[in-house]
Design a protein around this ligand. Structure first.
Ligand code: ZN
Length: 138
Protein backbone atom coordinates (compact mmCIF):
# COMPACT_ATOMS: atom_id res chain seq x y z
CA UNK A 1 0.00 0.00 0.00
CA UNK A 2 1.69 3.13 -1.19
CA UNK A 3 0.27 6.22 0.31
CA UNK A 4 2.32 9.06 -1.00
CA UNK A 5 0.36 11.33 -3.22
CA UNK A 6 -3.01 12.79 -2.55
CA UNK A 7 -6.56 12.67 -3.72
CA UNK A 8 -8.87 15.31 -5.04
CA UNK A 9 -12.57 15.53 -5.62
CA UNK A 10 -13.97 16.78 -8.88
CA UNK A 11 -17.60 17.58 -9.61
CA UNK A 12 -19.26 15.34 -12.17
CA UNK A 13 -22.76 14.92 -13.46
CA UNK A 14 -24.64 11.64 -13.26
CA UNK A 15 -26.70 11.35 -16.39
CA UNK A 16 -29.68 9.00 -16.60
CA UNK A 17 -29.18 8.60 -20.33
CA UNK A 18 -27.66 10.67 -23.09
CA UNK A 19 -29.33 14.03 -22.88
CA UNK A 20 -31.49 12.86 -19.99
CA UNK A 21 -31.88 14.22 -16.47
CA UNK A 22 -28.72 14.85 -14.51
CA UNK A 23 -27.86 14.91 -10.87
CA UNK A 24 -24.68 16.31 -9.39
CA UNK A 25 -22.00 13.93 -8.21
CA UNK A 26 -18.44 13.91 -7.05
CA UNK A 27 -15.55 11.97 -8.57
CA UNK A 28 -12.74 11.03 -6.22
CA UNK A 29 -9.40 11.00 -7.96
CA UNK A 30 -6.16 9.76 -6.53
CA UNK A 31 -3.00 11.53 -7.59
CA UNK A 32 0.02 9.28 -7.06
CA UNK A 33 3.23 10.96 -6.00
CA UNK A 34 6.34 10.97 -8.13
CA UNK A 35 8.07 8.14 -6.29
CA UNK A 36 4.99 5.94 -6.49
CA UNK A 37 4.77 6.53 -10.24
CA UNK A 38 8.47 5.80 -10.71
CA UNK A 39 8.25 2.56 -8.73
CA UNK A 40 5.15 1.50 -10.64
CA UNK A 41 6.81 2.26 -13.98
CA UNK A 42 9.93 0.32 -12.96
CA UNK A 43 7.82 -2.73 -12.16
CA UNK A 44 6.09 -2.54 -15.54
CA UNK A 45 9.40 -2.25 -17.37
CA UNK A 46 10.85 -5.12 -15.34
CA UNK A 47 7.91 -7.34 -16.22
CA UNK A 48 8.36 -6.55 -19.90
CA UNK A 49 12.06 -7.45 -19.79
CA UNK A 50 11.29 -10.61 -17.81
CA UNK A 51 8.68 -11.64 -20.36
CA UNK A 52 11.15 -10.96 -23.19
CA UNK A 53 13.70 -13.22 -21.48
CA UNK A 54 11.09 -15.96 -21.24
CA UNK A 55 10.31 -15.69 -24.96
CA UNK A 56 13.98 -15.47 -25.99
CA UNK A 57 14.83 -19.22 -26.10
CA UNK A 58 11.57 -20.21 -27.81
CA UNK A 59 12.04 -20.58 -31.59
CA UNK A 60 9.78 -18.60 -33.88
CA UNK A 61 7.88 -17.12 -30.92
CA UNK A 62 10.85 -14.95 -30.03
CA UNK A 63 10.62 -13.08 -33.33
CA UNK A 64 7.37 -11.51 -32.24
CA UNK A 65 7.32 -12.25 -28.51
CA UNK A 66 10.55 -10.52 -27.52
CA UNK A 67 9.95 -7.16 -29.20
CA UNK A 68 6.31 -7.21 -28.20
CA UNK A 69 7.14 -7.89 -24.57
CA UNK A 70 9.75 -5.14 -24.52
CA UNK A 71 7.42 -2.74 -26.27
CA UNK A 72 4.58 -3.65 -23.93
CA UNK A 73 6.79 -3.04 -20.91
CA UNK A 74 7.85 0.33 -22.29
CA UNK A 75 4.29 1.38 -23.07
CA UNK A 76 3.06 0.29 -19.64
CA UNK A 77 5.94 2.08 -17.94
CA UNK A 78 5.26 5.23 -19.92
CA UNK A 79 1.61 5.19 -19.00
CA UNK A 80 2.33 4.64 -15.33
CA UNK A 81 4.92 7.36 -15.31
CA UNK A 82 2.56 9.90 -16.79
CA UNK A 83 1.30 12.38 -14.24
CA UNK A 84 -2.38 12.58 -13.70
CA UNK A 85 -5.16 11.41 -11.50
CA UNK A 86 -6.58 7.93 -11.28
CA UNK A 87 -10.28 7.71 -10.80
CA UNK A 88 -11.11 5.91 -7.58
CA UNK A 89 -14.77 6.41 -6.84
CA UNK A 90 -17.83 8.36 -7.81
CA UNK A 91 -20.38 9.57 -5.30
CA UNK A 92 -23.72 11.01 -6.08
CA UNK A 93 -27.46 10.72 -6.31
CA UNK A 94 -29.04 8.37 -8.82
CA UNK A 95 -30.86 10.39 -11.50
CA UNK A 96 -33.48 7.64 -11.79
CA UNK A 97 -34.55 7.06 -8.20
CA UNK A 98 -32.68 9.65 -6.17
CA UNK A 99 -30.79 7.09 -4.12
CA UNK A 100 -27.58 8.56 -2.72
CA UNK A 101 -24.67 6.19 -3.05
CA UNK A 102 -21.01 5.74 -3.69
CA UNK A 103 -19.94 3.90 -6.81
CA UNK A 104 -16.71 2.15 -6.00
CA UNK A 105 -14.63 1.75 -9.10
CA UNK A 106 -11.63 -0.12 -7.86
CA UNK A 107 -7.95 0.48 -8.50
CA UNK A 108 -8.08 -0.80 -12.05
CA UNK A 109 -9.61 2.40 -13.32
CA UNK A 110 -7.16 4.34 -15.35
CA UNK A 111 -6.73 8.03 -15.47
CA UNK A 112 -8.38 9.97 -18.21
CA UNK A 113 -11.99 10.48 -18.97
CA UNK A 114 -14.43 10.20 -16.15
CA UNK A 115 -17.18 9.17 -18.52
CA UNK A 116 -18.30 5.66 -17.66
CA UNK A 117 -21.35 3.51 -17.28
CA UNK A 118 -22.49 2.94 -13.73
CA UNK A 119 -25.30 0.88 -12.26
CA UNK A 120 -27.47 2.11 -9.43
CA UNK A 121 -27.45 -0.24 -6.45
CA UNK A 122 -31.02 0.70 -5.60
CA UNK A 123 -32.94 0.60 -8.88
CA UNK A 124 -30.32 -1.25 -10.97
CA UNK A 125 -30.67 1.22 -13.83
CA UNK A 126 -27.62 2.33 -15.70
CA UNK A 127 -26.37 5.86 -15.62
CA UNK A 128 -23.32 7.60 -16.94
CA UNK A 129 -20.86 9.76 -15.09
CA UNK A 130 -19.89 12.68 -17.25
CA UNK A 131 -17.55 15.55 -16.63
CA UNK A 132 -19.38 18.48 -15.18
CA UNK A 133 -18.54 21.39 -17.38
CA UNK A 134 -18.78 24.83 -15.90
CA UNK A 135 -21.86 25.52 -17.97
CA UNK A 136 -24.32 24.90 -15.16
CA UNK A 137 -23.80 28.29 -13.55
CA UNK A 138 -27.09 29.35 -12.07
ZN1 ZN B 1 -31.37 4.45 -8.82
Amino acid sequence: MTHDGSSVERPVSLEAWRGGPRTPGVAVLAIPGGSARLRSAGIALGLGVLLALVFLPIPIVHFAGVPLALLGGLVMAGRRLAPGARLRAIRGTCPHCGHEQSFYLGPSWKRGGVSRQLVCESCAQTLAAVEADGADAT
